[in-house]
Design a protein around this ligand. Structure first.
Ligand SMILES: Nc1nc2c(c(=O)[nH]1)N[C@H]1C(S)=C(S)[C@@H](COP(=O)(O)OP(=O)(O)OC[C@H]3O[C@@H](n4cnc5c(=O)[nH]c(N)nc54)[C@H](O)[C@@H]3O)O[C@H]1N2
Ligand SMILES: Nc1nc2c(c(=O)[nH]1)N[C@H]1C(S)=C(S)[C@@H](COP(=O)(O)OP(=O)(O)OC[C@H]3O[C@@H](n4cnc5c(=O)[nH]c(N)nc54)[C@H](O)[C@@H]3O)O[C@H]1N2
Ligand code: SF4
Ligand SMILES: [Mo]
Length: 703
């Protein structure tokens, strides 16, 4: 007997509503939920594959401990004790910074991780906390903190009403949007075109998004900072600025960027100076325009300058907080306004070895390997990875992999034995998306429309499964009880109370304190979601969380970067720069165990311009050796005009053919890890890894 159930996809930031057909414990069909007010029926190949995770025989359902080279299933009680023993020993023997923690991407896609994972991590009070943030959106958070006073007070492009969408380094046709929850990007783009709007894309690759843009411009990787500053300069110098009254510091900005002419930007980026001027004028003249820069510019050496300039372009042209511009959301649970997520802080402490500043309590993950390898006080001795795979996801993953094998203890909360967790002593697997209740605390905050939705678990969990929040609660409480240095009783009780309430109970409470009037009962009655309408303009300056309630555009951290940028040698001809890419059917470093996502044409190849191949006498389809400062890989090359000359592209999240990875299909997926080439020394001032624009050489491999 089959039944229809409403579910939600948590595999990317688009948070699509799903309509599942289930038979017993099996998903037999998945469709987009047409009644969902945000996703309106949209679904992509990964959403269709969500049942594959549920059914995957390789997915861990019970805890495992390592015995030599094999894994042994153990009971939960024993597993929790083992983890608590391992973590407490490191802390008791070497101090609390001896515990390192890496939080991976899926944490933000799980309610239980958001409520209890963060609470657990806080109880450890280690300075060695890392996450995917510093290989992704750290510049966005830092600039939101510095300009608007809160790390997640992020303006979202009003895609449904804008008339000019200016995109730097994002490929929403494949990624489905990021820091812009925009399910059904293709339909929203068609609507933009139908009302006469334009989309302009700057990208070193002619991507799926570039193909459907009104204009696509090739830019050399790692040079957007010059272009953005030149655009800003043009707007300010030509009197096109119409900044709001609550902005300070524009005279300082104007003088700080005088040297960044369009001509200089042309020499750096390859984009003609006149085009840069025209883009700036078009942007300023548009009736509702939104500039947007995503991971392609965040993960460059000047990612923070780029994100600052993107914000300023919107701001000085009067497009911030305006219909059709970049706008603030009003979610039913406002994690920003209520302080549920902190405002962020910068440089309160620094990393031990390289002396790099923390942001929001996290250190750049690019320092993780050296913090494990370097002896001394504060050395990381035990590591806990939570829904992460840093061996494939962070720069010089090969070195990190060697480093983790030298740890005293490695524990993971993960559903697979992946390239990182294969080195763990214990793995604790939580339930997955279809087995747990969901309310999105993060992505409603970043969505192009205000909606709210609560999705009860599609399947009951089995008796011997645990939710992630239950796992986090147990690890926190059992570790705390083993510490020699006990915390004050009041603090222990507070932590215990916080960890004991279920996420669903917390959501009910948080909704009651919100201003939307939406209750958990309303959401249970409307499982497809409740529409709260389009984004609202004119919320500034009231929503600002800066100390003086104003925006200071002259951010010292950014202005101090400008002389360094000016001194940068311009790119040499003949140099090859490596960039990444995402495919519709890929999901960061996992999901390659799904047959329906991996069959068909392989996608792992190095893309390279035909002219660059010819120059090196390499044939299309040959196996090549790609070398960077840190490593080398051998991979098949594919000739294409879609990448500009001087650029090569590899997707990230590949490289599964390693001993002991317990994902049968994934291990057969050909491809190498791009992060065996990326360099932990290449960093933005925020500490974000500069994964894009890595200098490499490519040569024919000897067979
Ligand atoms: N060169 C290069 N590197 C990149 C990027 C790039 O563009 N180029 N992108 C970066 C970005 S943006 C990100 S976000 C990171 C992502 O990198 P990571 O943070 O390492 O995250 P994932 O690769 O998504 O790996 C997620 C892990 O969580 C597990 N998992 C899945 N669902 C659950 C769950 O519900 N609970 C638990 N406990 N575990 C689960 C999976 O088995 C998998 O092992 O990679 C970054 N690395
Ligand atoms: N299918 C799929 N969807 C995903 C993910 C996935 O793995 N697969 N991951 C999710 C995650 S964690 C994230 S963070 C988002 C990311 O979402 P997006 O930011 O849209 O990510 P990408 O598709 O990697 O797009 C980055 C673009 O930047 C370009 N680029 C690289 N270097 C430069 C540069 O120097 N300048 C400019 N202008 N462009 C550059 C690349 O060619 C690429 O087209 O996607 C999410 N959605
Ligand atoms: S776009 Fe695809 S992966 Fe993203 S939420 Fe929707 S169905 Fe899931
Ligand atoms: Mo990401």
């Amino acid at each position: 007997m089959s039944e229809k159930r409403i579910g939600v996809c948590n595999l990317c930031e688009a948070i699509c509503g799903l309509e599942l057909t289930v038979e017993g414990d099996r998903v037999t069909a998945v469709r987009g939920n047409k009644d969902d007010p945000l996703s309106r029926g949209h679904i992509c190949p990964k959403g269709v594959a969500i049942g594959d995770i549920h059914a995957d025989p390789d997915r861990l359902r019970r805890p495992v401990r390592r015995v030599g080279d094999t894994w042994e299933e153990i009971g939960w009680d024993e597993a929790f004790d083992l983890v608590a023993d391992g973590l407490a020993k490191a802390i008791n023997d070497h101090g609390r910074d001896a515990l390192g923690i890496y939080l991976g991407n899926p944490n933000v896609h799980s309610l239980g991780s958001m409520t209890h994972g963060t609470a657990m991590v806080k109880t450890f009070r280690t300075r060695n906390k890392f996450s995917a943030t510093s290989v992704d959106q750290l510049p966005h958070q830092l600039l939101a903190h510095l300009l608007y006073g809160h790390q997640l007070l992020l303006p979202i492009p009003d895609i449904d009403r804008t008339s000019y969408f200016l995109v730097f380094g994002a490929n929403p046709m494949a990624s489905n949007g990021s820091l812009m929850t925009v399910p059904d990007f293709p339909a929203r783009l068609r609507a933009l075109h139908d009302r006469g709007g334009r989309m302009v894309v700057l990208d070193p690759r002619r991507t799926e998004t570039a193909r459907v843009a009104d204009e696509h411009h090739f830019v050399r990787p790692d040079t957007d900072a010059w272009i953005l500053l030149a655009m800003l300069r043009t707007v300010l110098a030509e009197g096109l600025a119409t900044p709001p009254a609550y902005v300070d510091g524009l005279p300082e900005v104007t003088s700080a960027i005088t040297a960044f002419t369009p001509e200089l930007a042309e020499r750096a980026s390859g984009l003609p100076a006149d085009e840069i001027r025209r883009l700036a004028r078009d942007f300023a003249a548009a009736d509702g325009a939104a500039a947007y820069g995503r991971i392609g510019v965040s993960t460059t050496r000047f990612g923070s300058v780029c994100q600052w300039a993107v914000q300023l372009l919107n701001l000085v042209t009067g497009n911030l907080d305006r219909v059709g511009g970049a706008m603030f959301t009003n979610p039913a649970i406002d994690a920003v306004g209520t302080g549920l997520i902190g405002r962020g802080h910068h440089d309160v402490w620094r990393s031990r070895v390289r002396d790099l500043p923390e942001f929001g309590g996290e250190l750049p993950v690019s320092v993780l390997a050296e913090e494990i390898e370097t002896p001394g006080d504060g050395q990381v001795r035990a590591l806990l990875t939570l829904a992460g795979n840093p061996v494939l996801s962070t720069p010089d993953g090969a070195r990190l992999e060697r480093a983790v094998t030298g740890l005293d203890f490695l524990a993971a909360v993960d559903i697979y034995v992946n390239e990182t967790t294969r080195h763990a002593d214990v793995i604790l697997p939580p339930t997955t998306a279809l087995e747990r209740d969901h309310y999105d605390l993060v992505f409603h905050l970043l969505a192009v429309r205000n909606t709210a939705r609560f999705t009860p678990a599609v399947f009951d969990k089995a008796r011997d499964q645990r939710h992630d929040w239950e796992i986090y609660r147990e690890i926190a409480l059992r570790t705390a009880s083993r510490l020699h240095q006990r915390k004050p009783l009041a603090r222990r009780l507070k932590e215990r109370a916080r960890l004991t309430m279920s996420p669903t109970f917390l959501i009910g409470m948080l909704l009651r304190t919100g201003r939307s009037g939406v209750t958990i009962t309303d959401l249970r009655k409307n499982p497809s979601g409740v529409d709260l309408g389009p984004l609202q303009p004119d919320q500034l300056p009231d929503r600002l969380q800066t100390d003086d309630g104003r925006i200071d555009a002259a951010v010292p951290l950014v202005l101090d970067e400008l002389p360094r940028l000016l001194e940068e040698p311009l790119p040499a001809t003949g140099e090859l720069l490596l960039i990444g890419r995402r495919h519709k059917q890929d999901c960061n470093s996992w999901m390659h165990n799904s047959e329906r996502l991996t069959k068909g044409r392989p996608r792992h190849q190095l893309l390279m311009n035909g002219a660059d191949l010819a120059e090196r006498g390499i044939a299309d389809g040959a196996t090549v050796t790609v070398r960077s400062r840190v490593g080398e890989v051998q991979v098949e090359v594919s000739a294409t005009d879609d990448v500009m000359p001087g650029v090569v592209s590899l997707p990230h999240g590949y490289g599964h053919q390693r001993e002991g990875v317990l994902m049968e299909r994934a291990r057969e997926v050909v491809g190498v890890s791009i992060n065996d080439l990326t360099d932990p020394e290449r960093l933005d001032v925020s500490g974000n890894a500069a994964l894009s624009g890595v200098p490499v050489t490519v040569s024919a491999s000897r067979s």
